[in-house]
Write a protein that binds this ligand. Structure first.
Ligand code: ASP
Ligand code: MG
Length: 424
């Protein structure tokens, strides 16, 4: 008998029929003799609708706060109770728990709380009694303030992984609206293929580069705590994708050179023009940027011109963070000594990921050739050991992803099926 944590995303519990379908799947798992803990997201787009409502009541409301967490956790509260009722009506025993009842203790950062410990005593007790435990995803509790918190958008993947780790579950199944992790977003590349197995290291790079199938924090948490993730569709019984740690699994299997291509249209580029090329300037600039709380991704600094001793520094960051950063930098223009700022929100980012890059030469040459053959200009390049990222014009990104997918022989024979939703 195993202990399985199953997490169901918003699109898997979008309406009454979906909730009944999910209940049936959980009951079937239980009937096979396994213990089941199910973690749920809010139904469909409930979280967005609640946010819209808050902003209609208070235009200009700050994006995070105590009352917002009270409001947003209502979404998961609805789905957890309905799911427990549906399971009971199908003849199995179930009981639902809020995040705090399930022992999801966090710090006090509303809207972005970090997990400090998980003490799922009540969940374990319910399992011992033969019940199916349903747990509210996304929600936590801070012991010091006594307040409800949320883990940030998409956080219920992390709730599920944290519970799986605390309960020492055999596997954490993440049910979504696609059949697993694909070599590219099947909405963009119809010939994208399902990846049967991917290492957590590669999955982290894919998620960081814009693959939306898993919340990046959940992959990090799973990697740190040795939780095996199994990404599956709640609409089919297909095999899905296993995300695993090859060292823990003692795997000696040779991995494919490239696992996939991720893309991201959510970033903007800021260029600081005419920066004095002297020690300390980059530190100064990125201290100012960091103080705004922005998440900088790629950074490129040009060679300075001998005549002027000045250079340009460009970096990418989430579009919505660009305004604050530009303002902060502008207010330090004279003391940092740069000439001007440029802002470009029409960029796209493509990332090619694969652990085999470590030992294969020529991957970047092949990538750049594929892009140049398609007439696509590369504006920035950055690499890690197992990833190459490039920035292109936003309107060329989809083409770029397709040609690179083909160039690395990732195209499958059949069209990928997308069951519902938007990839979450
Ligand atoms: N309902 C929350 C959101 O939409 C949490 C989640 O779905 O994981 O962000
Ligand atoms: Mg959601």
């Amino acid at each position: 008998m195993s202990l399985i944590v199953q997490k169901f995303g918003g699109s898997s519990v979008a309406d009454a029929d979906s909730i009944k379908r999910v209940a049936k799947r959980i009951v079937e798992t239980r009937k096979r003799g396994d213990d089941v803990v199910a973690v749920v997201s809010a139904m469909g787009d409930t979280t967005d609708e609640l946010l819209d409502l808050a902003h209609a009541v208070v235009p200009g409301l700050p994006a995070v706060g105590r009352e917002l967490d009270m409001l947003l956790t209502a979404g998961e509260r609805i789905s957890m109770a309905l799911l427990a009722m549906a399971i009971k009506s199908q003849g199995a025993d179930a009981v639902s728990f809020t995040g705090s009842q399930a022992g999801m203790l966090t710090d006090d950062r509303h809207g972005a709380a970090r997990i400090v410990s998980v003490t799922p005593d009540r969940v374990r007790h319910a399992l011992d009694k033969g019940q199916i435990a349903i747990v509210q995803g996304f929600a936590g509790f801070n012991k010091v303030t006594g307040d409800i918190t949320t883990l940030g958008r998409g956080g219920s993947d992390t709730s599920a992984v944290a519970l799986a780790a605390a309960l020492d579950a055999d596997v954490c199944e993440i049910y979504t609206d696609v059949d697993g992790v694909f070599t590219a977003d099947p909405r963009v590349v119809p010939r994208a293929r399902r990846i049967a197995r991917v290492t957590s290291e590669e999955m982290l790079e894919l998620a960081a580069a814009g693959a939306k199938v898993l919340h990046i924090r959940s992959v990090e948490y799973a990697r740190r705590h040795g939780v095996t993730l199994h990404v599956r569709s709640s609409f089919t019984n297909d095999e899905g994708t296993i995300v695993y740690d090859p060292e823990r699994a003692g795997s000696t299997m040779e991995e494919p050179m490239i696992v996939g291509v991720a893309h991201d249209l959510s970033e903007a580029k800021v260029t600081v023009v005419g920066v004095p090329d002297v020690p300390g300037t980059a530190a100064r600039i990125f201290t100012i940027v960091a103080e705004t709380g922005a998440n900088v991704d790629m950074i490129v600094q040009n060679v300075s011109e001998a005549a002027t001793g000045r250079t340009d520094i460009s970096f990418t960051l989430p579009k919505e963070e660009a305004g604050g950063v530009l303002q902060a930098l502008e207010s330090h223009r004279s003391d940092v000594g740069f000439a001007s700022l440029q802002h470009d929100d029409q960029i796209g980012k493509l990332a090619l990921v694969g652990a085999g890059m470590r030992t294969n030469a020529g991957v970047s040459a092949r990538l750049f050739k594929a892009l140049s053959d398609a007439g696509i200009n590369i504006e920035m390049i950055s690499t890690s050991e197992i990833r190459i990222s490039v920035v292109t014009r936003a309107d060329q990104l989809v083409d770029a992803v397709r040609v690179v997918h083909t160039a690395f022989e990732l195209d499958g024979d059949d069209e990928a099926v997308v069951h519902a939703g938007t990839g979450r």
